[in-house]
Design a protein around this ligand. Structure first.
Ligand code: DON
Length: 307
C-alpha cells in the first residue's frame, strides 16, 4: 500500500506545476479575482490522520459543496417528505438550467442543481426567519467539522445576491408551481449565504467524515445520520454531484463527489477517506479542472474506488 502522505505531497507538487488551470468562475464577481495558481488537498484516513498539501489551509468559497450539507440537514428535519419537493435523478443539464422545470411541474431533478438546492433550502427555512435558518446551517457545519471558526463570506453572499438573476428566475418559477413555501427573497437569501460559506480543504475534509464512515464521525463517535442515509447521500453525490460532468467524474475518479464553482470538491472513499481538493479554475461544465485531475491521480495511486 503506497504511503498516503507521500502520495498527497507528490500530487500537490504536480498540480502546482501544471500550466492548464481552467477558468475561474466570473459570473459571481467576487470570485472572478481569485488567483488560479492556488491548489490545496486534504485527506483524512480511517485513523483520523490528515495528509495535506499545497494551500490546504486557505479558506475558499465552498459554493455548491454546501448543498451536500443542506441536503443532510433537510433530510434530518423532514425525512423522506423532502422528495415531494425535489427528485433524485441526474439532470444531464447545466447546474443553473431552467428547461426541465417547465415540463416537470417545477420539481427540480435533484438536490444539487441550483433549482434543487433552492427547494431544499426552502424546506430548512420552513417559515422561520432567514437568520435562524442560516444559524442552523452554520451550527451544523461547526458540529460536523468539529470547528466553530467556520464562517460565511459576506462579500461573496452580497455579490451573489446582486448578480444571481438566474437563481431569482429559478426560484420564482418554482414558486409559481407551489414548490417553494417561503417568500422567494427569504429562501434565496439563505441559499446565497450557505453557498458563501468559506472553508479550507482541511475543514471540508473534516466535515465530510460522517459520509465516509457510515454516518458517524470516527474521531468523536458522534452520529450525524444513520448508515442508510449516509449511503444514499453518497449515491446522489455519485450520480448528480458534478452536474453534466457526473458520468465523467465517476469514470475517472470512481468516488462520490460534490463540486462547487469556487473550485472545491469533496470526495468520499467509503471506509477509507474523506477528501477535499481545491483549485479555483473550472472546466467547461463548472467543475474544478485540476481538482478532478488530482482526485483521479489520488484514487489511482491509492487504489480507492467504489467499483
Ligand atoms: O447559485 C450559484 O450559481 C452558486 N452559488 C453555486 C453554483 C455552483 O457552485 C455550481 N457548481 N459547480
Amino acid at each position: 500500500m503506497p504511503d498516503l502522505k507521500t502520495v498527497v505531497a507528490e500530487i500537490a507538487e504536480e498540480m502546482r506545476k501544471r500550466p492548464d488551470r481552467g477558468q475561474v468562475a466570473s459570473y459571481i464577481p467576487e470570485l472572478a479575482g481569485i488567483d488560479p495558481d492556488q491548489f490545496g488537498i486534504a485527506v483524512i484516513d480511517a485513523n483520523g490522520e490528515v495528509a495535506a498539501g499545497g494551500d490546504a489551509d486557505v479558506p475558499f468559497s465552498i459554493q455548491s459543496v454546501s448543498k451536500v450539507f443542506t441536503l443532510t440537514l433537510a433530510l434530518g428535519k423532514i425525512g423522506d417528505r423532502l422528495w415531494r419537493h425535489v427528485g433524485r435523478e441526474p439532470s444531464g443539464s447545466a447546474f443553473n438550467s431552467i428547461v426541465q422545470l417547465e415540463y416537470e411541474q417545477g420539481i427540480p431533478r435533484n438536490p444539487f442543481i441550483n433549482a434543487g438546492a433552492i427547494a431544499v433550502t426552502d424546506q430548512i427555512l420552513a417559515g422561520h426567519e432567514p437568520r435562524e435558518a442560516l444559524g442552523e446551517i452554520l451550527r451544523f457545519m461547526h458540529f460536523i467539522a468539529d470547528d466553530t471558526s467556520i464562517t460565511i463570506d459576506e462579500k461573496v453572499a452580497a455579490s451573489e445576491r446582486r448578480t444571481g438573476f438566474r437563481n431569482v428566475a429559478l426560484a420564482n418559477y418554482m414558486k409559481s408551481f407551489g414548490v417553494l413555501q417561503n417568500p422567494v427573497d427569504y429562501t434565496l437569501g439563505v441559499y446565497f449565504h450557505h453557498c458563501s460559506i468559506a472553508m479550507s480543504c482541511r475543514q471540508l475534509a473534516m466535515a465530510g467524515r460522517f459520509l465516509a464512515w457510515r454516518g458517524k464521525n470516527p474521531t468523536t463517535g458522534h452520529s450525524v445520520v444513520n448508515p442508510e442515509r449516509a449511503r444514499r447521500i453518497n449515491a446522489i453525490m455519485l450520480t448528480c454531484g458534478h452536474y453534466d460532468g457526473s458520468g465523467e467524474f465517476a469514470y475517472r475518479v470512481g468516488l462520490p463527489g460534490k463540486s462547487g464553482v469556487g473550485g472545491g470538491i469533496l470526495a468520499i472513499a467509503p471506509g477509507m477517506a474523506s477528501i477535499a481538493v481545491w483549485a479555483p479554475g473550472l472546466d467547461a461544465v463548472g467543475n474544478s479542472h485540476l481538482g478532478r485531475i488530482a482526485l483521479e491521480a489520488l484514487t489511482k495511486r491509492m487504489g480507492w474506488s467504489i467499483f
